[in-house]
Ligand binder design. Structure first.
Ligand code: SF4
Ligand code: SF4
Length: 314
């Protein structure tokens, strides 16, 4: 029913394919045509057992999809239902569902999930996990594969229904979620592939968090800051993202790729590039002048020292 990413020692489920307890992962690499023997329904004895003591990371699309029917602004939703976390052992900040005092998901009731049509991507995947090998270089390819998570409390594995992973994905609405999450997931995996060698500045972390969690703030940032004096965005795109949340969401991934990894997804205005080049030239000229001045001063000090020594010898 659910699947969640973890930085803590909770649950055995992960959006990004890492599982806290590896003994629950079946050692078989699965593809889209592999068979899955599993069924979850309200009559299983474990019904909703998987909706507690877990970490459910929310993707930007999850946040938007859940909060819209609840009629909540991004701010209100984040405050009421999420807590901050780091994504997949990176320094990229994100949010996960805030569990109640008993460690249960706030959306679960004895009758099941109250946001079932809008449930997070991780909840759709479970008990299947998806992971991929990714080449870090720009344009690097990814190879997706699947695996089965078999936790002792989950009785769905004892049911007789079988279907392929492809059918499971369609049944759970995973294809649509993945399509919406893909570019954002790639950003996280790309950051992860850099390991500890590089860290995001505090300013970059703030931009990533705001853009990934709060579309309202991101829209305000695009239209009411210096954003449009820096990036060259065509009028048609601007007209669309002004009102269309999904278009804005996709645009936000391009902005993140461009600002965090220097991709060409968004075009920087040529006058800004010229101004930056002038700024660099200026600072280079300033550094050269400063170095020359320091060198001159050192020579003067040395000459005066030599003169003092010569005078002492007289
Ligand atoms: S969102 Fe729904 S399916 Fe996911 S853990 Fe919460 S109650 Fe369960
Ligand atoms: S069968 Fe598995 S997925 Fe379904 S409710 Fe039980 S524990 Fe959750």
């Amino acid at each position: 029913m659910t699947d969640a990413t973890t930085n803590d020692q909770l649950g055995g489920k992960s959006l990004f394919g890492t599982v806290t307890n590896p003994s629950n992962i079946m050692p078989t690499k699965m593809g889209l045509n592999s068979q899955l023997k599993f069924r979850c329904h309200p009559k299983v004895s474990c019904f909703t057992a998987c909706c507690g003591n877990i970490n459910i990371i929310l993707t930007p699309y999850d946040i938007w999809r859940i909060r819209k029917p609840l009629n909540l602004s991004a701010d209100e939703f984040l405050l009421r239902f999420t807590v901050p976390t780091y994504l997949e052992k990176t320094d990229m900040p994100g949010v996960k569902i805030h569990l109640d005092a008993e460690g249960r998901c706030p959306f679960v009731t004895p009758e099941g999930c109250t946001i079932y049509p809008y449930r997070p991507t991780t909840c759709r995947y479970y008990p299947v996990g998806m992971s991929f090998f990714h080449e870090a270089a720009e344009g690097g390819t990814s190879e997706e594969f699947y695996f089965l998570v078999k936790e002792p409390h989950c009785k769905g594995h004892e049911e007789e229904q079988t279907m392929t992973i492809r059918e499971w994905r369609a049944d759970q609405g995973i294809d649509e979620s993945d399509e919406m999450n893909k570019e954002w997931m790639e950003l996280v995996m790309r950051r992860k592939s850099f390991g500890q060698q590089a860290t995001l500045s505090e300013a970059a972390q703030k931009i990533f968090f705001m853009t990934s969690t709060d579309l309202d703030k991101f829209r305000n940032f695009v239209f009411n800051s210096s954003f449009l004096s820096i990036y060259d965005i065509d009028q048609t795109t601007l007209d669309v993202i002004k009102t269309d949340d999904i278009a804005l969401l996709k645009f936000s991934f391009k902005y993140l790729a461009s600002s965090l990894f220097g991709t060409n997804d968004l075009k920087i205005k040529s006058e800004k590039i010229m101004a930056k080049a002038d700024e660099l030239k200026m600072s280079q000229a300033e550094s050269e002048a400063k170095a020359e001045e320091t060198y001159k001063k050192l020579r003067e000090d040395r000459d005066s020292l030599q003169e003092s020594i010569a005078n002492l010898k007289k």
